[in-house]
Design a protein around this ligand. Sequence first.
Ligand SMILES: Cc1cc2nc3c(=O)[nH]c(=O)nc-3n(C[C@H](O)[C@H](O)[C@H](O)COP(=O)(O)OP(=O)(O)OC[C@H]3O[C@@H](n4cnc5c(N)ncnc54)[C@H](O)[C@@H]3O)c2cc1C
Length: 388
Amino acid sequence: MKIAVIGLGVLGAAVARSLALRGAEVTVFERHAPLAGTSGTSFAWTNSHNKNPRSYHDLNVAGMAEHAALAQHSGAAPAWFVRNGNLEWAEDAAGTERLAASVAELLDRDYPVRWITRQQARELVPDLRLAAPVEHIAHYPDEGHVFPALLVSRLWGEARDLGAQLRCPARVVGIAETAGGVRIELSDGSADADAVVIAAGRWTEALTAAAGHRVPVADPDAAGTATVGLLGYTNPLPARLDRVLTTPRLNVRPDGAGRLIVQGLDLDADADPAAPPAVDGHHAADLIRRLTDLLAGTEGARLESLRVGQRALPADGLTVAGFLGDTARVYTLATHSGITLGPLLGKLAARELLTGSPEDVLADFRPGRLLGRTGLPPLQPARFAGQQ
Ligand SMILES: Cc1cc2nc3c(=O)[nH]c(=O)nc-3n(C[C@H](O)[C@H](O)[C@H](O)COP(=O)(O)OP(=O)(O)OC[C@H]3O[C@@H](n4cnc5c(N)ncnc54)[C@H](O)[C@@H]3O)c2cc1C
């Protein structure tokens, strides 16, 4: 079967690999470059925090397990995935109450989490500075983080080894179902396939509309909304941190070779993709101050870049995975949490495309629920607080 994939972010790479593994003839069409979209600017923490309804939580837990399974086939220490866990705590009464409720819900769902002491936290992160009198820290041992470029190299490299082709730059401007398959109209030509997978992230709405079945996504350009997020990338630093920390004022994770990625969720309100803040501006200074308060070994740190990430957010906040229309020729994959879910969604989509048999875990995430809907309320940033 000849399958076209539109987009080479994490989702496009994952579905291309799974399709190629099952013997499909795959061509990926990428407008700019691999990782040109959201996958190139992501905190990339694998988790299932505050993910509701229950089926969405379960999907994310399965996504985490799929990373672990993929890592097992990548040698003892895969370059793209670090599963060293996450530490989280709160410092005020409201935050403590929220965290306690979240941990209780996760325990109720049998999600691996335990309370540890300050001393235990310091054993895990020797450079941790805990200025506030925090006594209880939530430790999530099965969580981790991904280096998205290396994850895409892992997925797309394997797809390429199996014969998948990349056309880049190649901008898809139209998708038309024909008697025998699908015609993909490009800005300079066309291509034919038996089926197409739209894995175009925040451009999903335009591409699904081009196929005649518009799936609404939240406006990725709207400053200060749930779709935008500010990420700071530091210079290499001699701080001992090998895992994710999600703390009241700063989220931080290693980004390889001593660099760290920092994120202050309250600063997202100022994030505007049209006017990213400067690396020597007050947002950067604030992030650096928070970092030095949190970790020893970060004195003199600076940001090498400060980027505004733009989330791919289907209009109701949940994943979209499935065929558009009745012909089983145009399939769409779009999700927030695409790092956690990428390898899993790629596998499930490939199975559905090649066998035609529906995967139960995707039942709540079909595009039909959103097709053609307009006037959906904007997604509130608060709903995504603590969720990535
Ligand atoms: C600040 C921030 C923090 C995040 N943190 C996390 C986290 O901790 N954990 C997590 O799981 N997720 C996180 N995410 C979300 C995650 O990064 C995304 O869900 C994921 O990267 C989306 O991948 P994708 O492949 O769907 O889209 P993209 O990476 O955007 O890829 C889509 C590709 O399609 C191409 N394309 C678009 N239109 C066309 C066209 N017409 N023709 C050809 N090609 C086209 C684009 O050029 C692009 O390369 C975060 C996102 C942000 C912004």
